[in-house]
Design a protein around this ligand. Structure first.
Ligand code: PMP
Length: 430
């Protein structure tokens, strides 16, 4: 017997028992009760095609049976032990990660969330360099803990006013009025200035290779190579936050590969577990050697999470998901670009790569662009498509679907988006 309470009751309970910070995308959020690959269903059985994947999480599809069968088998065999004992799934996972990690990165520390992975990466950088400071990009997002919030540039996610003050933000390599190359030059100039002033006090620079919540910001091709060169001159480590971009979504295993740069530390979470909590930060032998004082995570690398992540990595490889993401992503991007041509005042920019794409609506400074974005989201939801939104102005439609979607799904979504934009644009004229 299914006992599903209605969405009004769920929304009321949420309002009563959760903290008021729970942000809502939708005026009328759907209540989701079941998922299957790229589809998800509400309490009335209405089907949605998921173009958000819970912010890049269920990359292999909702409740993918190839993965959940391995999760369930592990759950029934051995669920949890302390890290003082030996278990096989987590060492197998570390070994599998070594195969896909770039350069000399080969050691992993397992934790449970993106915030925790970045927190660990930042700690590791301090331990290794003996320095305290960090550099981060404005409009980056790295987590909810004190230190990860301190390196988060996006104002809306900086909840605490007592943040670590030893963080210097530099301009992001994007500006609506500049070319990507010009914006990269501005950002690099400011990085160089900071390094010359206090490079010897900086442990690391933390970056998302493509900013997710910042609005799908993909820098110019040479940007991170030049960042790396500058950091190397001052012995500053590069932390690559691949939490939202990682494991095939952008057409590469890690998005930093698009820039031809090998970072010192990579943090991973989200899609690594396809919905099961598993996260990690990985580094080289040399840097890992600096984390030599006792440190352990109760749930980090537990058998169930580790077995799931192994199944995820197998699935990504076996189904060639990076290639699939690249192909479907360029199809989707072309579709979005032709909508931009059709509605130039509405879609002002299309950004990103693979299945990590953004369409900026009406320009970030335009009045009402966030409201317009909300209206589009709501209308798309009614038509059976869940998409995301992000950006400094909350006016970027975010497309980051499970990598198992099909070109028919993409075409269907584009048709619906065309209808919605047409409707909104005629409403605007009236
Ligand atoms: N880094 C990035 C790039 C993210 O997108 C997020 C989550 N949106 C985090 C870190 C934090 O991850 P978590 O919510 O799992 O702590």
């Amino acid at each position: 017997e299914e006992t599903v309470i209605g969405r009004t009751a769920v929304a009321a309970k949420r309002k009563e028992y959760f903290y008021p910070c729970t942000a809502h995308f939708y005026r009328d959020a759907p209540q989701l009760v079941r998922g299957s690959m790229q589809f998800i269903y509400d309490e009335h059985g209405k089907q949605y095609t998921d173009f958000f994947a819970g912010v890049s999480v269920v990359a292999c599809g909702h409740c993918n049976p190839v993965i959940t069968s391995r999760t369930i088998a592990q759950l029934q065999q051995l669920q949890h032990t302390s890290t003082v004992y030996l278990t096989q799934p987590n060492v197998d996972l570390a070994e599998r990660l070594e195969e896909v990690l770039p350069g000399k990165l080969r050691r992993s520390f397992f934790v449970n969330s993106g915030s925790e992975a970045n927190e660990g990466a930042l700690l590791l950088a301090r331990m290794h360099t003996g320095r305290k400071g960090f550099i981060a990009l404005e409009s980056g997002l790295h987590g909810r803990t004190n230190l990860t919030m301190s390196v988060t540039g996006l104002q809306m996610w900086r909840t605490d006013k007592y943040l670590d003050e030893d963080v210097t933000f530099i301009e992001r390599p994007y500006h609506p009025e500049l070319s990507l190359e010009e914006a990269a030059a501005v950002s690099l100039k400011s990085l160089e200035r900071v390094l010359k002033e206090k490079g010897d006090t900086i442990a690391a620079m933390i970056v998302e290779p493509i900013q997710g919540n910042g609005g799908m910001i993909m820098p110019a091709p040479a940007y991170f190579r030049e960042v790396r060169t500058l950091l190397d001159q001052f012995g500053v480590l590069l932390i690559d936050d691949e939490i939202q971009t990682g494991y095939g979504r952008t057409g590469a295993m890690f998005a930093m590969e698009h820039f031809g740069v090998v970072p010192d530390i990579i943090s991973m979470a989200k899609a690594l577990g396809n919905g099961v909590p598993v996260a990690a930060f990985a580094t080289t032998d040399e840097i890992a050697a600096s984390l030599n004082r006792p440190s352990a995570s109760t749930f980090g690398g537990n058998p169930v999470s580790a077995a799931t992540a192994l199944a995820v990595l197998d699935y990504i490889r076996d189904e060639r998901l990076p290639e699939r993401a690249a192909e479907l992503g360029s199809h989707l991007k072309k579709g979005l670009e032709s909508l931009q041509e059709r509605y130039p005042g509405m879609i002002t920019d299309v950004r990103g790569t693979g299945l990590m794409l953004g369409a900026e609506l009406a320009g970030s400074d335009a009045a009402g662009s966030a409201e317009l974005t909300d209206n589009v989201l709501e209308a798309m939801k009614d038509r059976g498509y869940l998409i995301g939104k992000n950006g400094v102005g909350r006016n970027v439609l975010a497309f980051q679907p499970p990598l198992v979607i099909t070109s028919e799904d993409v075409d269907g979504m584009l048709t619906a988006l065309n209808e919605v934009l047409l409707q909104v644009s005629t409403e605007k004229e009236e």
